[in-house]
Design a protein around this ligand. Structure first.
Ligand code: ADP
Ligand code: MG
Ligand code: MG
Length: 876
């Protein structure tokens, strides 16, 4: 028996999406459950693959199956292709297994010919309607099947309208339309050197081929690359008998969602137009009416439609996006699929569907795209207030969120204004590392230069702070402290508002609404927590980050970087003094000044964390990062420190490295300057002892040694930390417990994990550095080639964003396995960027890690992704 390439709608079902495409499978399903759907047939995705295998040709077998099924369609409808009194007209619609909107335009009214158009006129008693359909069909067919530029047809139409002084298409008479059909056929002839096909069967085969060809047009390929859709799956073609929404006042067409796609409210939401066809509703030619108005226009149809919407939602157990047409008082369903929705709507619909008993909690958790939660985790503008706002410029949407505040043009000014309690917006041409504090204290950042990966953009995203970058129509004068946009000049202290999700800049202030996990969001997060096995910690350097993360559900700190505490203005002087010291005594003097400040930082952190674990990492970056490099700053430092400029320069010079990333940093610093590690260990232990007794809790500090590659490094530093800790405990008469662990971020550490584990109480995989060193890609320079690598297909994803499971992941697995051979119960987590990436989280779940740690704003994403990972891998 030969293969089945063509299915009548009534032969298929929703389970056959890969064979019939989403649209075809759902049309079949709707017929199966008894809904009114115009009959039709689906040419399968396998026929598409076969078409390409045959060198872009439909095989005889496929053609004959199309023809056979067409006969059945004619019988079923009682109409005949090309008939002079009752012609069959069809739509030809593409539909892959995965929805790819806009890949190919639908062809309506196929089957019209010089004869059929007369049949159509007779049948409907409306010659104008018949010829109007014909001219639309010729244009659509010419455009979609033969790529005849649309404008050629448009020009001809305009020409006739102009000659007759018409404003609207509706003024065209039957005679005009007949003339237009002639003109269109001539355009077709001139462009293709062939006559417009007068055999409907031929039109159909040409259209089917065109759909199959469109699978590999540039637009479709780009789309699939963008959404990771395989190129091999092919598209199906649906051929469906036409119904007409444009046959007068009892006809119409519309689209509707079974729930509101932006809020999730359980109420049918949609629009329709009477006397209209196809996509007139979305084309914006006439303003459509909201769906409840249908109740006034055609109450019976409205009731029937609402019933069908309910049936579909109950049947698919999800919110549906439905297309329908009414032909002379009779309702037809033309499409259903699961509806696209905002994160807010997705949460509300999922939670309410559980409450309605439609789906289980597990299904609800699986329904939410973790990354979509991002939309809900930033301040947003109050919708009502936004309506009154005046947009003045648009830049790049560099970091999402909404911010409103007074403008300041230097980091310093912004910081002091924040200290006065003002909400500020930092406005700069571009930002640099010296602006960090100003960026941190401001509500939002606006730059006139730089792209999506500029300093401002990258740092702002890291901070979860709203940023509009590269806003080139804004002229920023940092000296005069003004920003000029067109005729408008704003000066220091004036209010602006930024929308980092759209890039919009507004004059004046707009109310913002703070993000919070409450209501449906909170409920879904609780359910996620019931399923997940991975712990969720956060990377937090400051008490502020830590408390934000706790609100989002963080269970601990996976990485606290202590160096950020060194940059603060009040202490950078002591830090620098420490760095330029000639000898240990001098250095210890300076460290003594830093100690109480560090201790206080840790105390604050512990107070916020309470009994939750917190991993604190010893100093990691190379020391030169703390030293000024500008001539002016060096002179200033020399005055402050009473050290000659020349000597300062010598020191700065001596700190310079060819490859700082691979240089004197991490545990190497602690080995060569043990007094720094001792100071930090003391600060941590003292803080923990004091807060434990003040708050009456048992804090167990986790001290983490970075960048270990050889067990000896950890061995030496472990001893040093223990020695310090025990001394402090004795002084304070305490029996505090503490853990000493290491960051696994050097390939050698992974490979020798069984040796290193002997000296570690815990591991934290620093997958950023591990990726950098495993690939040999510099994190700071990889931007230059990663996108090219993705285009060529060398890399599927950026390995700094989603973990490379095959390579870097294998090292993690190996390290976990070797480490657990030595210490089966050792806790191991991840603290790289990957800790907030859903695909990586699933991998870490499977690897058997105890937790992932991510930036505060990723915590809800990680909670959900961890739950989905657990559900996906239930059987393992
Ligand atoms: P898309 O995949 O872009 O949504 P469709 O294949 O759904 O394209 O077709 C677009 C529109 O064309 C439909 O929403 C419907 O209004 C109209 N249409 C398609 N098939 C028919 C038909 N058999 N009868 C009437 N209108 C149709
Ligand atoms: Mg469309
Ligand atoms: Mg559609």
């Amino acid at each position: 028996m030969s293969k089945k390439w063509v299915y009548l709608f009534k032969e298929g079902s929703a389970s056959q999406k890969s064979l019939l495409g989403g649209k075809g499978a759902n049309l079949s399903e709707m017929i199966n459950i008894g809904l009114p759907v115009p009959p039709g047939l689906t040419v399968t995705t396998e026929a598409c693959t076969e078409f390409y295998r045959q060198g872009k040709k439909l095989s005889d077998e496929i053609i004959s199956q199309i023809e056979e099924n067409l006969k059945l369609l004619e019988e079923r409808t009682g109409k005949k292709f090309g008939d002079e009194s009752n012609p069959l007209l069809v739509s030809v619609r593409s539909g892959a297994a995965v929805s790819m909107p806009g890949m190919m335009d639908t062809i309506l009214n196929l089957g019209l010919t010089d004869i059929a158009v007369e049949g159509m006129a007779k049948k409907t008693g409306n010659t104008r309607f018949a010829y109007d359909s014909y001219r639309r069909f010729i244009q659509m067919f010419g455009d979609v099947v033969l790529s005849i530029p649309k404008y050629k047809f448009d020009h001809a139409l305009e020409d006739i309208k102009e000659k007759n002084n018409y404003k609207f298409d509706t003024e065209l008479t039957t005679e005009d339309l007949k003339a237009i059909v002639q003109r269109f056929k001539k355009i077709y002839r001139d462009e293709t050197k062939t006559e417009f096909p007068q055999e409907p069967e031929k039109q159909l085969l040409m259209a089917v081929e065109a759909v199959f060809r469109s699978w590999n047009n540039a637009r479709a390929i780009t789309y699939r690359n963008l959404y990771d859709i395989p190129h091999s799956i092919g598209t199906a073609v649906n051929v469906q008998s036409m119904v007409f929404g444009n046959m007068g006042d009892t006809s119409g067409t519309g689209v509707a969602f079974t729930r509101n796609p932006s809020t999730g409210e359980k109420k049918v939401f949609g629009e329709f137009l009477m006397n209209a066809q196809g996509e007139d509703v979305v084309a914006g030619i006439r303003t459509p009416l909201t769906i409840d108005k249908l109740n006034e226009v055609m109450p019976e149809i409205y009731t029937q439609f609402i019933e069908i919407a309910n049936i579909l939602e109950q049947h698919y157990r999800d919110m549906q996006d439905i297309e329908f047409t009414i032909e002379q008082g009779k309702l037809y369903m033309l499409q259903t699929r699961s509806g696209k929705r905002t994160a807010e709507a997705a949460l509300r619909a999922a939670v309410e569907m559980v409450e309605e008993g439609l789906i289980s909690k597990e299904e609800a958790v699986m329904r939410i795209e973790p990354k979509s939660l991002d939309q809900l985790l930033h301040p947003r503008f109050d919708a009502d207030d936004l309506k009154n706002a005046t947009p003045i410029a648009v830049g790049l949407p560099a970091s999402p969120g909404a911010a409103t505040g007074k403008i300041y043009f230097t980091a310093e000014d912004s910081v002091s204004a924040s200290l006065r309690g003002e909400a500020t917006i930092l406005v700069r041409k571009e930002t640099s590392p010296e602006d960090i504090e100003g960026m941190n204290t401001s509500k939002g950042i606006l730059t006139s230069r730089g792209g999506m990966t500029s300093h401002a953009a990258v740092v702002a995203r890291g901070m979860g702070k709203c940023c509009v970058a590269g806003c080139e129509t804004v002229y920023v004068d940092e000296i005069k402290k003004t920003m000029v946009v067109g005729d408008l000049t704003l000066t220091e202290g004036d209010y602006i508002s930024l929308d980092g999700s759209t890039g919009n800049v507004y004059q004046g202030s707009i109310k913002t609404v703070a993000p919070a996990i409450s209501g449906n969001f909170g409920k879904l997060m609780e359910w996620a927590d019931e399923f997940r096995k991975l712990g969720i910690r956060t990377n937090a350097d400051t008490p502020k980050d830590a408390s934000a993360a706790i609100k989002f559900g963080a269970e601990g700190i996976g990485l606290c970087r202590t160096e950020h505490m060194f940059f603060e203005e009040s202490r950078i002087f002591s830090v620098r003094k420490m760095i330029i010291s000639d000898n240990v005594t001098q250095r210890e003097e300076a460290l003594k000044e830093i100690l109480p400040m560090q201790k206080n930082d840790f105390k604050q952190l512990y107070k916020i964390m309470g009994p939750r674990p917190a991993t604190i990492r010893l100093l990691d970056p190379p020391l030169h990062e703390f030293i000024p490099h500008d001539e002016e700053d060096i002179i200033e430092l020399s005055n402050e420190m009473h050290v000659p400029v020349s000597k300062l320069k010598d020191i700065i010079h001596s700190l310079q490295e060819f490859n700082p990333m691979l240089g004197h940093r991490g545990c190497r610093l602690a080995i060569t300057y043990p007094e720094i590690a001792r100071m930090q260990a003391r600060a941590i232990i003292e803080a923990a002892i004091e807060v434990s007794s003040e708050e009456n809790i048992d804090i167990v500090p986790e001290i983490m040694v970075p960048l270990v590659g050889k067990k000896e490094e950890l061995e030496v530093l472990r001893e040093l930390i223990i020695e310090t800790a025990e001394k402090v405990k004795e002084e304070k008469n305490s029996d505090l417990k503490y853990q000493i662990g290491t960051m696994i971020e050097i390939p050698r550490a992974c490979v020798t994990s069984d040796e290193i584990a002997q000296y570690a109480d815990f591991y934290s995989f620093g997958t950023n550095d591990l990726t950098q060193m495993t690939f040999g890609y510099s994190r700071d320079d990889a931007g230059k080639f990663i996108s090219a690598y993705k285009e060529v297909g060398i890399l599927e994803v950026d390995p700094f964003q989603s973990i490379d499971q095959v390579g870097v992941g294998k090292l993690v697995e190996m390290s976990v396995k070797l480490g657990k051979q030595v210490k089966p119960n050792m806790h191991m987590g991840v603290c790289g960027e990957h800790g907030g990436d859903p695909a990586s989280i699933e991998f870490f779940h499977k690897t058997g890690l105890s937790y992932v740690s991510c930036s505060p704003y990723r915590v809800p994403v990680a909670r959900l992704a961890a739950a989905q990972a657990a559900i996906n891998n239930k059987d393992q």
